[in-house]
Design a protein around this ligand. Structure first.
Ligand code: IPM
Ligand code: MG
Length: 367
């Protein structure tokens, strides 16, 4: 019997609602499979700010370092708009990523068969889509110094952010990218703006060099703006897209929508492998959606699919991850949909009804 320790951080907005459904799924696995979970719940983001006066308490960070894996809901919301930047909900998440060195952010955009018609793109462009955005998560303009808003001696004000990458940071991300591509369809797009940015020139040079170690992988370089365009023009040309922190943030939102709804997309943020284990945080790509928070409308599937990634990457439970993904396909195939993916003429279900349907599907499929 395997024992896995998990830290659940529901966060803000719809986070607590989607994590509540995930808790039921975790409970199902504990009851039906060869695994038990030690679960710790804590606050992150605005919820942590309200409770502890900081978006990531030291004690929470300590727990995060001790557990096998973390699953997060979402952070942020208008309630904390006027809070100082270093205390904003997002700062808690960024500190967590940085402190655990979760540099490799995997954001798969898979168009589940039942949802091809829910995409804002023509069905034939997205049906069968299976791409993976690999975003660098602990460096670049999100963390570069100097940054700030300042007043010049002549009285003019200005703001600055710094895009900075060490060679090692780009290298390790690309190694993950080529490794992933070799387990998938053998293609990697390295995405930057080498036409205007020094970090882009540097990124391209390193990608070319690292690519020589992976002769079986087709490497293509692409400018980030072109990539955005190609994602909505012909998304199936991609397999793995490896890119920096900021471009990855933008391109992954874009890729998510190809699949029907931002409410469907999971992600994994992984650290370096040390002695066979790696720090890992799993979270839905969607945000806290304050406009629908507390109304039971949120789609819990992105969070549940994030847990499937957790089973896969942190616990090597491939069959269980497959089962969970099949259960998601089953409920969608049965036309059970939250409002973001509702099928024409079928009344949408609530967040908890979706959770119940998923549990039933797990029991049906588990033979
Ligand atoms: C994401 C989010 C975060 C980011 C925010 C909440 C800090 O947009 O994970 O994509 O910009 O990285
Ligand atoms: Mg984002």
């Amino acid at each position: 019997m395997k024992n896995a320790s998990l830290l659940l951080l529901p966060g803000d907005g719809i986070g607590p609602e989607v994590i509540a459904e995930l808790s039921r799924v975790i409970e199902w696995f504990a009851q039906h499979r060869e695994v038990t979970f030690d679960i710790t719940l804590d606050d992150l983001g605005g919820a942590a700010y309200d409770r502890y006066g900081t978006p990531l308490a030291d004690d929470t960070l300590q727990k995060a370092k001790e557990v096998d894996a973390i699953v997060m809901g979402s952070v942020g919301g208008p309630k904390w708009d006027d809070v100082a930047r270093h205390l904003r909900p997002e700062a808690g998440l960024l500190t967590l990523r940085k402190e655990l060195d979760l540099f490799a952010n995997l954001r798969p955009a898979t168009c589940r068969p039942a949802l091809a018609s829910a995409s804002s793109l023509h069905e034939e462009l997205v049906s069968g889509l299976d791409i993976l955005i690999l975003r660098e998560l602990t460096a670049g303009v999100y963390f570069g110094e100097p940054r700030g808003i300042e007043e010049m001696p002549d009285g003019r004000r200005r703001a600055l952010d710094t895009q900075v990458y060490f060679e090692s940071e780009i290298e390790r991300l690309l190694h993950v990218g080529f490794d992933l591509a070799s387990k998938r369809n053998g293609k990697l797009h390295s995405v930057e703006k080498a036409n205007v940015m020094e970090t882009g020139v540097f990124w391209r040079e390193i990608a070319t060099r690292v690519g020589k170690e992976y002769p079986a992988i087709t490497l293509e370089h692409m400018y980030a703006d072109n990539c955005a365009m190609q994602l909505v023009r012909a998304p199936k040309q991609f397999d793995v897209i490896a890119t920096d922190n900021l471009f990855g943030d933008i391109l992954s939102d874009c890729a998510a929508m190809l699949t029907g709804s931002l409410g469907m997309l999971p992600s994994a943020s992984l650290g370096a492998e040390i002695n066979g284990t790696r720090a890992a945080l799993y979270e839905p790509v969607h945000g806290s959606a304050p406009d629908i928070a507390g109304q039971g409308k949120a789609n819990p599937l992105a969070t549940i699919l994030s847990f499937a990634m957790c089973l896969r990457y942190s616990f090597d439970m491939q069959a269980d991850a497959d089962l969970l993904e099949s259960a998601v396909d089953k409920v969608l195939g049965d036309n059970i949909r939250t409002i973001d993916i509702a099928a024409k003429g079928v009344a949408p279900v609530s967040t908890s009804e979706m959770g119940t349907a998923l549990i039933n599907a797990l029991s049906t499929l588990d033979t």
